[in-house]
Write a protein that binds this ligand. Structure first.
Ligand code: SF4
Ligand code: FES
Length: 255
């Protein structure tokens, strides 16, 4: 831990096993459409433990200092994908980011993810993101008869799209993409990842429909291979690789 650890033990002084704490400043982008004409910054000091995450600090601020602070979160364990935000300029999940890992010696900046309209504080309107997701038809498409048992698939076939099944739709990838920032019409990496998940599924028969959707001028060809998406993905999905595979499938129509 790089933070200055103060000899402070949260009222447990003298007790065996007291956990050391440190003080950290969070600089948070605030915006309330009912009173603010534009976004502004507010700073808060919190007392944190080495095991605390940025989400814990946000909770502490909301519950103990300023109940008007607004942000989304649900599972608090990296599963639901609802608390993606820009922390020190990088898209991350607040519930998966330890305070001690983001240089708490300096104020930690927390902003909403970029490229989507801000509704309040750290909450953005996710509808444009989900519109693109819906357009790629992220569900199994088949034309044959209803099966009487499960659709069998070899391990090798399953492996083909394993990586892209891990997406939790947090939007960290799409909102780290400079093409998306400049033009919100671009489908964005997350939609392509979720198209990939079905295009390369041997049981699915809608691959060519999805490829047609992604062949659009706002589709997969807008990707400039900056790798921001891969760096941002909290699930470690090889997002850029998935996009390249979809491009290749379009060129060869082999999928
Ligand atoms: S690909 Fe990764 S970063 Fe993008 S939405 Fe899915 S989980 Fe989030
Ligand atoms: S709160 Fe669910 S992923 Fe962070």
């Amino acid at each position: 831990m790089t933070a200055t650890v103060e000899a402070k033990t949260e009222g447990t002084e003298g007790k065996v096993g007291a956990v050391p704490t440190f003080t950290v400043t969070l600089r948070i982008a605030r915006y309330d459409p009912e009173v603010d004409s534009e976004q502004h910054w507010e700073s808060y000091q919190v007392t944190a433990h080495a095991t605390d995450r940025v989400l814990d600090a946000l909770h502490q601020i909301k519950w103990e200092q300023d109940g008007s602070l607004s942000f989304r979160r649900s599972c608090a364990h990296g599963v639901c994908g609802s608390d993606a935000m820009r922390i020190n300029g990088k898209n991350r999940l607040a519930c998966k980011t330890l305070i001690k890992d983001v240089n708490p010696d300096k104020p930690i900046t927390v902003e909403p993810i970029k490229g989507l309209p801000v509704e309040k504080d750290l909450i953005v309107d996710m509808e444009p993101f989900f519109d693109a997701y819906r357009e790629v038809m992220p569900f199994l498409i088949t034309t044959g008869n209803e099966p009487t048992r499960e659709r069998i698939q070899s391990q090798q076939d399953r492996d083909r799209f394993d990586d892209t099944t891990k997406c939790i739709l947090c939007a960290a990838c799409t909102t780290s993409c400079p093409v998306f920032w400049n033009d919100g019409q671009y489908f964005g990496p997350a939609a392509i990842v979720n198209a990939h998940r079905f295009i390369f599924d041997s049981r699915d028969e809608g691959g060519s429909q999805r490829l047609e959707v992604l062949n659009d001028k706002e589709g997969v060809w807008r990707c400039r291979t900056t790798f921001n998406c891969t760096d941002a993905c909290p699930r470690g999905i090889q997002v850029t690789q998935a996009i390249q595979e979809v491009k290749r499938a379009l060129l060869t129509s082999r999928f």
